[in-house]
Ligand binder design. Structure first.
Ligand code: T5A
Ligand code: NA
Length: 210
């Protein structure tokens, strides 16, 4: 800001996990908590179904259209790329982004379908790298028992089991696995504490990675 007390960038915080792991519930609560603490924050989600590409993705997920596995993979990635410059400008301006799914989902679901891991990672390279990734850890069986899946394309136990394996192989130094079978409140308190640390590091000058 012009007064100079807030010179750092915002943090890029990502929530990942299987369908029904609790990402959306946690994202919304985390963003409103951070806002109540005076943090400039926005809650985002991928896929962003509101764009032209997002509508194609949504139609695919709801099984209204079919697409080759490679084509839908690239669409999911392009849906992140179409938000890339906005993401970068928000972060640079000091806004923290809490994002429901990101590149890890992009890779995990496509690899689970049989695509090559390195090929899947290719189009994700160059997107802003998260500062912190919360992996909401839950087994596919327990997630499936939660409120039942809707009719979307990947909401099937067999697929989710494969996705779970791939997710776990993608874990890197930015990841914090959180036991997602705990209560919503217990999970939220871990997310709050770790997010505040990450935001403080970014505010004090940590560089954005790609
Ligand atoms: N995909 C996505 C790709 O293939 N490639 C990509 O690049 C991307 C970005 C998108 C689909 O697309 C795939 C992955 C997905 O299959 P989505 O729109 O993100 O899907 O929707 P889902 O992730 O399927 O969203 P869900 O709503 O199913 O799951 P959430 O958000 O993880 O879970 P949430 O918070 O809605 O909670 C689910 C239920 O569990 C309860 C909630 O109340 C709710 O009923 N719950 C809990 N119950 C007990 N204890 C807790 N701790 C609970 N937390 C939540
Ligand atoms: Na969700």
């Amino acid at each position: 800001s012009s007064s100079g007390e807030n010179t750092g960038r915002g943090a890029l915080i990502v929530l990942e996990g299987l369908d029904r792991s609790g990402k959306s519930s946690q994202c919304a609560q985390l963003a409103s908590y951070l806002e109540s603490q005076g943090v400039a924050v926005e809650a985002w989600r991928f896929p962003d179904r509101t764009t032209a590409m997002g509508r194609m993705i949504s139609s695919y997920l709801s099984c209204q259209t079919d697409l080759d596995a490679a084509a839908i993979h690239l669409l999911f990635s392009a849906n992140r790329w179409e938000k890339c410059s906005l993401m970068e400008s928000k972060l640079k301006a000091g806004t923290t982004l809490v994002i429901d799914r990101y590149s890890y989902s992009g890779v995990a679901f496509s690899v689970a379908k049989g695509l090559d891991l390195d090929w899947c990672k290719g189009p994700e390279a160059g997107l802003p790298a998260p500062d912190l990734v919360f992996y909401l850890d839950i087994s596919a069986e327990v997630a499936a028992a939660r409120g039942g899946y809707g009719g979307e394309r990947y909401e099937k136990l067999e697929i989710q089991k494969k996705v779970e394996k791939v997710f776990k192989s993608l874990k890197d130094t930015t990841w914090q696995s959180v036991d997602a079978t705990q209560s919503i409140d217990s999970i939220q308190s871990v997310l709050r504490e770790e997010s505040v640390k990450a935001i403080n590091e970014c505010q004090s000058g940590k560089q954005l990675m790609q």
